[in-house]
Write a protein that binds this ligand. Structure first.
Ligand code: DNO
Length: 348
C-alpha cells in the first residue's frame, strides 16, 4: 500500500513541504491542469508538474485525472482524433514514470454536491448532498462548476451539451466506453500504465443524464470489456458507499482479489436519508462505512496499490478548497495508516 495525497499543483496553496510531513505519505496525485481537455499532454508539461514533486522528496506515479472529452463519451464523429490524443498522453505519461491514470466516464458533470460548506455539529464544515436541493436545480439556466472539476461550463455550453445527451441512454454510453477502452488499453499495456475508472459520484442519474459506473455489476461489466491488468478501477469508497445498496467490503474484496484495484480513494460518508449524505471524518465511528472492515478486505486480498485520503472537512479554521484542505485529509491519512499497521500486525 502506498499512501498518496491529492494536490492541485500551482493552483493549490498547500505547500508540498507540508504534505511531505504527513507521516507515511510518500506520493502526490495530481494532473496537468492547463492543457484543454482533448489535447495531448506534452512531455514538457508533464515534467514541469513532476519536478517540484520530486524535489520535495515525494513520488509522482498517479494521475487524477486525464479527463475524457465529451465527444468521446457521446461517440461523436470527432472521437477518433481525440482518442488518438488520449493515447499519446498515455505514452507520454508512461515515459514520465506514471503507473496509474484515474479517469471517469460521467457525462458533463464530475462529482456533484448540493452544499460545499455544510455545517456539522462540531463546527466543522463538509461537502453534502441533498437530493431534493439537486432536483430543484435546473442546470440549463445556471452556470455550474465545483472546485476540483476539470471543466466548468457557461450556461450556453451546458444547455448545448445537455441537449446532445438527450439521445444517449445508458446502453449507448456503455457502447462508447467500450469503444474507448478497446482503443486505449493496448496502448496502456505497452506504456506500462494502468487505467482506473472512478465510479460515478453519486452513483445514480442526475439531471436526466445517464450514469453507468454505479455498483458491483457495473464494475464487473467494466473489467470484462477488456480483460487486462491495465483495465481497472479507482475504488472510491465514498462514491459507491453513499448508496447502502453497495456492500463496500464485498466490492473491495472481490476486485482486489482479481487485481483490478490499482488505486483507492478512502473516505467515509454519513448517509442521512435516502439519496442524501454528509461527508464525515474518515473514522468508521463518524460515518456509515466500516473503514476497518474495508481496509482489511483490501489487505486480505493482496491490495498493493496506491491509496489516498479523500475529501476532508474544513477544520481548525482552515479555509481550504472544499474537500481538499490539508488538516482533515492529514488526519485521514494518519488514521488509514494506523488501521493498515494494525491489520498488518494482527497477521504476525
Ligand atoms: C472528487 C474526485 C473526482 C475524481 C474524478 C476522477 O473529488 O474524486 O473529481 O477526481 O472523478 O476522474
Amino acid at each position: 500500500m502506498q499512501m498518496t495525497f491529492r494536490w492541485y499543483n500551482r493552483f493549490d496553496n498547500i505547500p508540498l513541504e507540508y504534505i511531505r510531513q504527513i507521516p507515511y505519505v510518500s506520493g502526490i496525485v495530481t494532473a496537468v491542469y492547463d492543457i484543454p481537455v482533448g489535447e495531448v499532454w506534452t512531455k514538457e508539461a508533464i515534467l514541469a508538474v513532476k519536478q517540484p514533486i520530486i524535489d520535495a522528496g515525494l513520488t509522482f506515479e498517479v494521475i487524477e485525472s486525464v479527463p475524457v472529452h465529451e465527444d468521446i463519451k457521446m461517440g461523436a464523429p470527432t472521437r477518433d482524433r481525440l482518442i488518438d490524443n488520449y493515447c499519446q498522453t498515455i505514452r507520454n505519461l508512461g515515459e514520465a514514470g506514471i503507473k496509474v491514470i484515474c479517469y471517469n466516464f460521467m457525462p458533463v458533470f464530475d462529482w456533484l454536491r448540493s452544499d460545499l460548506a455544510h455545517k456539522l455539529s462540531d463546527g466543522s464544515t463538509c461537502l453534502a448532498f441533498d437530493q431534493q436541493t439537486i432536483l430543484n436545480m435546473d442546470p440549463s439556466v445556471s452556470e455550474l462548476s465545483l472546485p476540483g472539476w476539470d471543466e466548468s461550463y457557461t450556461k450556453d455550453e451546458l444547455s448545448a451539451l445537455l441537449e446532445c445527451y438527450k439521445n444517449i441512454d445508458h446502453e449507448k454510453l456503455w457502447e462508447n466506453l467500450e469503444y474507448f477502452l478497446k482503443k486505449i488499453i493496448p496502448v496502456c499495456e505497452e506504456a506500462g500504465v494502468k487505467m482506473a475508472i472512478h465510479p460515478d459520484d453519486p452513483p445514480w442519474s442526475i439531471f436526466g443524464l445517464p450514469r453507468i459506473i454505479t455498483d458491483k455489476s457495473a464494475l464487473e461489466r467494466l473489467v470484462s470489456i477488456v480483460d487486462s491488468p491495465c483495465n481497472g478501477i479507482t475504488l472510491c469508497l465514498g462514491s459507491l458507499g453513499c448508496s447502502p445498496k453497495n456492500d463496500m467490503v464485498d466490492i473491495a474484496a472481490e476486485f482486489a482479489k482479481r487485481g483490478k484495484v490499482p488505486f483507492v480513494h478512502a473516505r467515509n460518508v454519513y448517509i442521512t436519508k435516502e439519496n442524501c449524505f454528509e461527508e464525515s471524518a474518515h473514522l468508521s465511528s463518524s460515518g456509515s462505512l466500516d473503514m476497518y472492515a474495508i481496509l482489511k478486505a483490501l489487505y486480505d486480498n493482496g491490495f498493493d496499490g496506491y491509496i489516498r485520503p479523500d475529501h476532508g472537512r474544513n477544520i481548525w479554521g482552515e479555509d481550504g478548497r472544499p474537500g481538499y484542505g490539508l488538516y482533515d485529509r492529514a488526519l485521514g491519512a494518519a488514521y488509514l495508516t494506523g488501521l493498515w499497521e494494525a491489520i498488518n500486525k494482527s497477521k504476525e
